[in-house]
Write a protein that binds this ligand. Structure first.
Ligand SMILES: Nc1ccn([C@@H]2O[C@H](COP(=O)(O)OP(=O)(O)OP(=O)(O)O)[C@@H](O)[C@H]2O)c(=O)n1
Ligand SMILES: C[C@](O)(CO)[C@H](O)COP(=O)(O)O
Length: 229
């Protein structure tokens, strides 16, 4: 399997968490969420480098965490932007010689190395591959508080990160989105709009994005199940 680089956007505000600061500094098992995520890639020998988008005012604190937790693969900490996509683009501009590049939310600390490797292998072969899970609930389209349609869920997936790309594909999509001022909610959208086929790899329901307070409870439960205690 090829080695890969990973872009981790970590420059959010955590408004939905309501912690009053970047939610990535909240701790699970006495370790910041950001460090849980970084450790997965630090421990993966196939990961060459980490590109971490940060808020300028948080850079110094994050650098101190990297030292404290012995995270050595971070190559650069570019300034994040107003939107997640801006933060990712800021990293894309720094990665010069990437072959396979993953984008992964720093707020998804439970990603596992086997899923990462499935994505890397598929991206090598297919160019653009994203992680996702099948929807479990009944899906309905709602307008003005009224059900307008029950949607066939058999081909609906909930999309996660990592999203893995041959770097030239990601770079072209990001540059085009910037030029057209197109804002997407994930990287795949930027690639899809150029007509490139994007494939899916089945991930795990554990790979939650820590977004609201309840997710901290899920997070502690996932860690209890994985490491006990
Ligand atoms: N301008 C932004 C917004 C988000 N992110 C990052 O993108 C990931 C997913 O974003 P989200 O969960 O929405 O994080 P926040 O923006 O922090 O949360 P909220 O939308 O509730 O404010 C997170 O790792 C977050 O740090 C980023 O780097 N730059
Ligand atoms: C990229 C993502 O995690 C895929 O589910 C998601 O779209 C990010 O959305 P957010 O609103 O920026 O959290």
């Amino acid at each position: 399997m090829k080695q890969y680089d990973v872009i981790l956007p970590a420059a959010g505000s955590g408004k939905r968490m309501g912690a009053g600061h970047n939610k990535l500094f909240l701790e699970l098992r006495e370790k910041p969420i950001l460090i849980h995520t970084l450790e997965v890639f630090e421990q993966d020998s196939a990961c060459k480098g980490i590109w971490l988008a940060v808020k300028p005012e948080e850079r110094e604190y994050i650098q101190s965490l990297l030292v404290k937790y012995n995270i050595k693969k971070v190559k650069a900490l570019p300034d994040g932007g107003a939107e997640r996509q801006d933060s990712v683009y800021s990293c894309v501009k720094k990665v010069e010689d990437g072959e396979i590049v993953l984008v992964h939310d720093a707020a998804r600390p439970f990603i596992t190395i086997p899923v990462i490797h499935k994505l890397v292998e598929a991206a090598e072969e297919k160019g653009a591959v994203i992680a996702g899970v099948r929807t479990k609930d009944t899906m309905k389209k709602v307008e003005n508080g009224v059900i307008v349609e029950t949607v066939d869920r058999s081909n609906l997936w909930m999309i996660q990160t990592p999203q893995a790309f041959q770097f030239t594909i990601l770079q072209e999509a990001e540059n085009a989105a910037e030029k057209d001022q197109f804002l997407g909610t994930d990287e795949a959208m930027l690639v899809e709009r150029l007509g490139q086929v994007v494939h899916i790899v089945e991930s795990s329901y554990d790979n939650v994005k820590i977004t609201t307070k309840e997710d901290l409870i899920f997070g502690e439960a996932i860690l209890s199940q994985r490491i006990g205690g």
